[in-house]
Design a protein. Structure first.
Length: 75
């Protein structure tokens, strides 16, 4: 059998295991951060849609009022 001794190969594998485990923990941490950011963006989008809906309502009521005034020649 050629190559590294059995004990050295085991030590190398254990080092890789620790490195992979640490990398997975870091990835999970980043995913939690990203999920929090996505949650905040969705909340912001919903709030923005509500504001745009309210603005559209105000514009439509104003336009309707102005058209009514123009048609009835009060303006």
């Amino acid at each position: 059998m050629s190559g590294k001794p059995h004990g050295e190969r085991i030590a190398t594998l254990e080092a890789y295991y620790v490195e992979i485990n640490d990398s997975l923990k870091e990835i999970q941490k980043e995913m939690k951060t990203a999920n929090g950011t996505i949650k905040d963006l969705v909340k912001f989008k919903i709030q923005a849609q509500a504001i745009l809906g309210a603005m559209a309502f105000v514009v439509s009521v104003t336009a309707g009022t102005l058209l009514t005034l123009i048609v009835t020649e009060v303006l």
